[in-house]
Design a protein around this ligand. Sequence first.
Ligand code: TA6
Length: 295
Amino acid sequence: QQCRDVNGFHKIILREVRGFSAEVYLYGGQVTSWKNELGEELLFVSSKTNFKPPKSIRGGIPICFPQFSNYGSLEQHGFARNKFWTLDPNPPPPTNSTSRAFTDLILKNSEDDTKSWPHRYEFRLRIALGPTGDLMLTSRIRNTNTDGKSFTFTFAYHTYFYVTDISEVRIEGLETLDYLDNLKNKERYTEQGDAITFESEVDRVYLSTPTKIAIIDHERKRTFELRKDGLPDAVVWNPWDKKAKTISDFGDGEYKHMLCVQAACVEKAITLKPGEEWKGRQEISAVPSSYCSGH
Ligand code: TA6
């Protein structure tokens, strides 16, 4: 269902029969809400964001394309999150009948982005709610260059999970993996053997990660499960208090209620020849968890 927010900006609301819902802004092609059947918000959106240009929306699931962070010469996280996407009025029906409520947004090259990134592309983003309320994002990016040129990009679904208290959260699935530490000049380190917990700023790109990662919110006895395909890396970020204070669209103390775990392709950039298409999927679910069971 299409509607406009208080500022008159377009958003799409997806509702699933069991009461799960999601909201997507055409600005940035960005999911800004994902609620469970009890109406509980599962994603973090800052109280200080204003859902309109020129800043990207702080929270939900920003789309980082054609560059993740500062891994290249473009603006931070590329331009996709700062552009207005268009709604596909007649999206192809879902292949698997499971995804009921869905919408397709499309982004194509435009004058201003061709200056910084001289390529033609078509980016189709499908956002769907599954039968158990899972939120599924599928990106299909095609090189539509007519000059025979390939292009290369990095990518991330910059997902902001809502957590009750970051100091009571742990991540399972990244143990023993290598990561690039953005706080130490992107140097490569190896994660210790147990789950990741948080007591200070973390900004890491974990490499060659498993297709499934668990984020356990101990306070709320809730486990998020992130499943991904075509996205080998996983970015983990919490600014903690000092860094959060330097970010104008972060409310006071809000860093305690968010954790970014991002299905990404950073270490090995993707190269497409004209006509080739890349596909990257992530599915996230939120299930009650008895802490001891962990997974
Ligand atoms: O996701 C990690 C990161 O690259 C951090 O370094 C931090 O900059 C974060 O993204 C947020 O970036 P933004 O441009 O949205 O403020």
